[in-house]
Design a protein around this ligand. Sequence first.
Ligand code: C2E
Ligand code: CA
Ligand code: CA
Ligand code: CA
Length: 277
Amino acid sequence: AKKQGKNRHFWFERSMENELRFRNELETGIRRGVQQGEFVPYYEQQIDLDTGELVGFEMLARWNSPQLGLVKPDIFIPVAEDMGIICTLSEQLIDIALEDAKQWDPSITLSVNISPVQLRDQWFAQKLLKQLVKHNFPPQRLEIEITESCLHENIALVRTMITSLRNQGVQISLDDFGTGYASLSQLKTLPFDRLKIDRSFVGSLSAESPEAGSQLINAIVSLGDGLRLPITAEGIEDAHILELLREMGPLKGQGYHYGQPETSAQVQQRLTALNRL
Ligand code: C2E
Ligand code: CA
Ligand code: CA
Ligand code: CA
């Protein structure tokens, strides 16, 4: 038994060591990836559920790592946030995305995710507006998605930045709504343009008892109505969920039912087929 315990201790230390090594390699890789331009935007369609029309794309970051292959943001965004490199990374991706989106029909919007770390920078709004000017991109076509976790940081600063972005026409969405800390009073006092219902709620519509899920979504939809905030439902995975959502009122939606996130080239093909490039 003693021998076994020693062994376990050994393996424990080994796995800690491995984890640290992996983390170190990840950080080095991310730093180099930013320098080498290995991060690329993918795009997910956003649909007007009433008309079925394509109305926008959400940009989702991917890392084309020479060692790891195509890496999802859940792996590198938290690390990039810790490293503080998220601001540079995001700026880089937005530069590319704005150029991509300029090729699209001007009726099509671009949504980008903004990390709470970026919102701690008091110059964030100015920098983003400067970027729009640099690319000659109409602010009205840009939407930024922030999560509820931004709201328990420096609310006063966040409000100031949101307000100056909105004054220029940028749309502000509250992402992953329902999973975080937003209080109803914050919803009223912060100037959002839209709520995005988290895909965990939307996914519950396909569960064995979809009634509970649909009551919850109905509640969010009527909250949105009351606050005059339009709603996007994310994570629509099948036609059944889509049908249920369409009955709940005019919504925007996105999800794998419409397709996986695509590269800029794939988006161009899609838009060419739709005659909207
Ligand atoms: P999110 O903003 O909630 O983005 C939606 C995520 O759900 C995306 O995962 C998307 O691929 C996935 N998804 C979309 N439709 C479906 C569906 O029907 N079913 C399921 N199961 N999943 C679906 P992804 O691309 O891995 O992004 C994960 C998260 O990473 C995003 O969640 C966002 O919070 C963050 N993220 C992505 N790009 C950026 C970025 O450029 N900057 C920052 N700060 N965060 C980013
Ligand atoms: Ca999002
Ligand atoms: Ca989301
Ligand atoms: Ca999410």
